[in-house]
Design a protein around this ligand. Structure first.
Ligand SMILES: [Zn+2]
Length: 213
């Protein structure tokens, strides 16, 4: 347990009754419980606060537990995740498998809290937020149109619109899924042939080098 205060558990489940019951168990064991009703809301919480352990349901609206776990694995690789579900899936896609898996049953809550105890012990309290850096968008100065960006928080692609011709420099787009403010860079140099095409911050194809004569 943290010297500075209670270790923190983020509970992600659209069932508010289950969250209340489970947080009572956790608080009795000395944990602070944060609540989110789905993956997107949980991503909003992770913007300001990094818990010691996450407990996430799998079936949720807007963003499922599988997608949420995959985002956590890519953004916070050391953060332990316990998945809970009404029915236990037999397999998980690569990158979405939790550290522990529990069936959602009241009588399993004490065991679930013991799993949190174990995971808290193996993870340092001062986990640093790894930075996910968006790749700069490169386009001609004066570009107007749509830009496809990958959100640095929920990692989903979204379209941003430049309604006016944009000068080179840093810009902010708001993710249409999770409301994250996503910075991107518009460079003024070397426009690609056929400007005005939508640009993206996904990695560009390898540049072809001019052949030496
Ligand atoms: Zn987002």
């Amino acid at each position: 347990m943290s010297e500075a205060g209670a270790s923190c558990v983020l509970l992600v489940d659209d069932d508010s009754l289950l969250r209340r019951l489970l947080s009572r168990h956790l608080e009795r064991a000395g944990y602070e419980a944060l609540h989110a009703e789905d993956g997107l809301q949980a991503i909003g919480i992770l913007r300001n606060r990094l818990p010691n352990v996450i407990i996430s349901d799998l079936q949720m609206p807007r963003m499922t537990g599988w997608e949420f776990i995959s985002v956590v694995r890519r953004r916070f690789p050391t953060l332990p995740v316990i998945a809970i579900s009404g029915s236990i899936p037999t397999e998980f896609r690569a990158g979405t498998d939790p550290d522990r898996l529990f069936e959602k049953r009241l009588e399993l809550f004490p065991e679930l809290v013991r799993a949190v105890d174990e995971l808290v012990r193996i993870v340092p309290d001062d986990v640093h937020l790894p930075q996910v850096v968006s790749l700069p968008v490169r386009t001609v100065s004066g570009f107007a149109g749509h830009i496809t960006l990958t959100c640095t928080d929920c990692l989903r692609p979204f379209r941003a619109e430049n309604t006016r011709r944009t000068e080179a420099g840093w810009r902010i787009a708001v993710c249409t899924h999770c409301d994250a403010r996503v910075p991107f860079l518009i460079e003024s140099s070397s426009p690609v042939r056929g400007d005005r095409c939508p640009v993206s911050n996904t990695p560009p194809p390898k540049a072809r080098l001019p052949l030496a004569s």
